[in-house]
Design a binder for this molecule. Structure first.
Ligand SMILES: C[S@@+](CC[C@H](N)C(=O)[O-])C[C@H]1O[C@@H](n2cnc3c(N)ncnc32)[C@H](O)[C@@H]1O
Length: 273
């Protein structure tokens, strides 16, 4: 998938222009995971495999999940929309920069996950967090929609864990829903590695993201942001995000760029020394 599909069918208040509308973001909350999944056999039937180099991670698809996904995600799905700002932010799908980031991590074995504290920010189906967990990290998964965490991210963690290890694996993880600003306020943890893919499409969120990175990376920690160079039709871009970072106490460099197809990049962000 390369770009966002919009369908603002929910905007039925024609007297309000997009300038006067302000997105109301949901508050962040910790989501306490169930350690067993109902309807497991049925879900497995619809599982797919994420494959990148030697990495294989199973993940369930949204088929058969309709009833459990809540009204916002269901509404977005019915409208075939990847984005309804403040309601659904695209977490149900696997976005292509996730592949770039896994490939980058596979090529950079000096980035050590064993015992590291990792945040998969805007995790969606959770591939980056599961990758980190399987490499021995303690992982915090965050997605905007609670229903996605409960019905997709947590089952995906379980799907990739040996049955006898499920309790241990879930205990190595934390899960949060809601907006980045309130997530940052609620969190007490710092992270060695923050991984985030396809999360810089909305310029309105840049300040929140930069604050979160400033507050939540440990002194020697790194943030890796995988993104398209430009989000046409949505407004965000890597250059604009770099600008937002440059006004903070963080430093930022492009560590990877693709050379064909839609332009994509990976940014590495650290605390300024
Ligand atoms: C396009 S999806 C990318 C999902 C996943 N990282 C991937 O690459 O497949 C954007 C992600 O950012 C999260 N997100 C977007 N805006 C957010 C906000 N303001 N607060 C919290 N999460 C947000 C969404 O819930 C979703 O998980």
């Amino acid at each position: 998938m390369s770009s966002f599909i919009f369908n603002f069918a929910g905007d039925n208040n024609e007297s309000e222009t997009s300038d006067t509308k302000k997105t109301i973001w949901y508050e962040s909350n910790e989501v306490i995971p169930k350690k067993q999944i109902e309807g497991w056999d049925e879900m497995i039937k619809y599982a797919k495999i994420f494959m990148c180099r030697d990495v294989t991670i199973g993940h369930i698809t949204n088929i058969k999940l309709d009833e459990t996904l809540g009204k916002d995600v269901n509404f977005a799905e019915r409208c075939h929309s990847d984005l309804i700002p403040g309601k659904y932010e695209g977490g149900l799908k696997l976005w292509e920069c996730t592949y770039d980031l896994v490939e980058y991590l596979e090529e950079h074995s000096e980035i050590s996950f064993d015992g590291a504290k990792v945040l998969d920010l805007g995790c969606g189906i959770g591939i980056l967090g599961i990758y980190s967990l399987l490499k021995g990290a303690k992982v915090t998964f965050q997605d905007y929609n609670k229903e996605i965490i409960e019905n997709v991210t947590v089952p995906n963690v379980l799907l990739n864990t040996e049955e006898e290890d499920t309790e241990y694996s879930i205990d190595m993880c934390k899960f949060y829903s809601g907006d980045w600003e309130s997530f940052n306020e609620k969190l007490e943890d710092n992270f060695d590695i923050i991984l985030t893919s396809e999360t810089i499409y909305n310029v309105d969120n840049y300040e929140k993201l930069v604050r979160l990175f400033e507050n939540r990376i440990s002194d020697n920690g790194i943030v890796l942001v995988a993104a398209k160079t430009c989000y046409f039709g949505v407004g965000g871009s890597v250059r604009q995000f770099e600008k937002a970072v440059s006004d903070s106490n963080l430093s930022c460099e492009v560590v990877w760029k693709n050379d064909s197809g839609i332009q994509r990049e990976i940014l590495k962000i650290c605390k300024r020394s």
